[in-house]
Design a binder for this molecule. Structure first.
Ligand SMILES: [Fe+2]
Length: 500
């Protein structure tokens, strides 16, 4: 099989050390307007006690922060997210819980290596996303209660249960949405019961109080990873990627192996009123898959829903680490325009970029509003057999329906982390994109800053790290970094014990 990501195994073979330091290796200029904290979460460690995880979603979550300060000073911090899974497995020195795509049950007594949370769900490695929220920072895994981290040091402070409104089996996704115009937060979670599958929609007010938790029935227990907000609606792209809970809980399968793709059932847009939490529309849209949505907005009685649509689900391409995306399918930014009076799909459009795009991002100013530009990562070798990885940063715009502004990483360099847009407060049409670069030849990690509207030019600044870190998933930026404590370094238990 061809290799389109030579040496990518080097990005998955080490355990990043927990550190905190001022970045000294800076090439180029950091724009003066960048002030605040960038956060990134992702799976960072894929082995423990001699056991190796085979799926990208299985690695222990590690949070990273870049604190941008006055005079171009940038402080880097990274720490593992210490949820139950991490703490218990660190203590025992080997895997204890079944993971999303890996089980070690054949290696020992099932109870020792293959535990589920309350015998029904995966104990999350809390490795998907991280967001600033009401003066603190919260790290999320797939479908579970998030953890609060110290915004400066990233030390784990404990479960964040929204004033007791969540418990440790509450379905709660890794993609909450924050509306800065109203101060509200929305999130969702799926109850995968085969008899009564439903989507839980949560609405929190500006004070963090839960305004409602609505349960919307689903036709089938489908895996949903993300959603989007417009000013009036919460929008879900439901794909028939169906979770068989009995296979997970009773038959001992991994979550990955309990999912089935049943395209004959069709995909739908589910549109829900933000105000009431009630279903407004359910619109058939073919039979494709969507992992991430780009943005939604309303204009002139039309609701526009922008998504990254793929031919089929992608999770099977996240294994076996480090040989990812071996036969990843094409994907594409797709726009659905809906008449909100008749609830009919009136128009569909697409952008001519097919190279398995993921991690879409828009300017914070564009969220829920009409907009034109967005950014995403892509895989240049899509369509060719063999392992591959993200190596393009793409700037696309709906006005031209093109993705003409593309940064192609050099050979042996790979990109990671949702490309985050940082607005220039002095110029509405300007901004910077941050994403990760891993140099597999030298085993060196950096964060790269790009002119958001000319990414093809290459990085305007490179922030070189002292030691390599993992390739992350989702990121966020908090421009209001005030009153944080002074960072301090503490050493992970794994470093002290030498366990990996
Ligand atoms: Fe995601």
């Amino acid at each position: 099989m061809d290799d389109h990501a030579p040496l990518i195994e080097r990005a998955f073979s080490f355990t990043p050390r927990e550190q905190a330091y001022v970045i000294e290796n800076i090439k180029g200029e950091i724009p003066e307007f960048i002030r605040g904290s960038y956060y990134l979460n992702g799976p960072a460690r894929f082995s423990r006690g001699g056991f190796k995880y085979s799926h990208w979603l299985d690695g222990d979550g590690m949070a990273c922060a870049l604190h941008f300060e006055h005079g171009g000073r940038v402080q880097f911090t990274n720490r593992f997210v210490r949820g139950t899974k991490f703490v218990v497995e660190e203590d025992q020195g080997h895997p204890v819980f079944r993971a999303f795509g890996t089980t070690f049950k054949t290696s020992g007594p099932a109870s020792e290596y293959d535990r589920l949370k309350r015998d029904i769900m995966i104990e999350s490695p809390l490795n998907v996303s991280i967001y600033p929220y009401r003066g603190t920072v919260i790290a999320f895994g797939e479908q579970g209660i998030p953890l609060e981290l110290d915004p400066e040091t990233l030390e784990t402070k404990g479960e964040f249960n929204f004033g007791g409104r969540l418990n440790d089996v509450s379905p709660f996704s890794a993609h909450p949405k924050f509306d800065s115009a109203t101060g509200e937060m929305f999130n969702f979670g799926i109850a995968f019961s085969s008899a009564q599958p439903c989507l839980n929609l949560y609405r929190f007010d500006v004070g963090g109080k839960l305004l409602y938790r609505k349960r919307l029935p689903l036709d089938y227990p489908c895996s949903i990873h993300d959603f989007s907000l417009s000013q009036s609606y919460a929008v879900f792209y439901l794909s028939p990627y169906i979770l068989n809970m009995e296979a997970l809980a009773r038959d001992g399968r991994t979550l990955m192996d309990s999912l089935s793709w049943e395209p004959e059932r069709g995909s739908h847009l589910l549109i829900v009123s933000r105000e009431t939490g009630e279903r407004v529309a359910y619109i058939p849209i073919g039979n494709r898959y969507c992992l991430h949505l780009i943005n939604c907005f309303e204009k002139d009685d039309r609701l526009t829903v922008d998504v990254l649509e793929m031919e089929r689900p992608i999770y099977d391409q996240y294994k076996r680490v480090p040989d990812l995306f071996t036969d990843v399918c094409e994907g594409q930014p797709v726009r659905f325009v809906i008449d909100v009076d008749s609830n009919e799909l009136v128009k569909t459009a697409a952008i001519d970029y097919l190279l398995a795009p993921d991690f879409p991002s828009v300017s914070p100013r564009a969220f829920t509003k009409p907009y034109r530009d967005f950014w995403m990562l892509g895989i240049s070798a899509t369509g060719r057999c063999g392992r591959k990885f993200f190596d393009q940063l793409v700037h696309a715009d709906w006005a031209s329906a093109k993705a003409r502004d593309i940064y192609q990483a050099p050979p042996l360099h790979y990109l990671g982390g949702e490309p985050i847009f940082i607005s220039n407060p002095h110029d509405e049409k300007a901004g910077v994109i941050i994403c990760q670069v891993f140099d597999a030849e030298l085993i060196v990690s950096a964060f790269a800053l790009f002119d958001a509207f000319n990414v093809a030019r290459g990085p305007i600044a490179l922030l070189g790290l002292k030691e390599p870190i993992h390739l992350g998933f989702h990121a966020s930026f908090n421009p209001n970094r005030k009153g944080f404590k002074t960072a301090r370094v503490s050493v992970a238990r794994s470093e002290m014990t030498g366990k990996t």
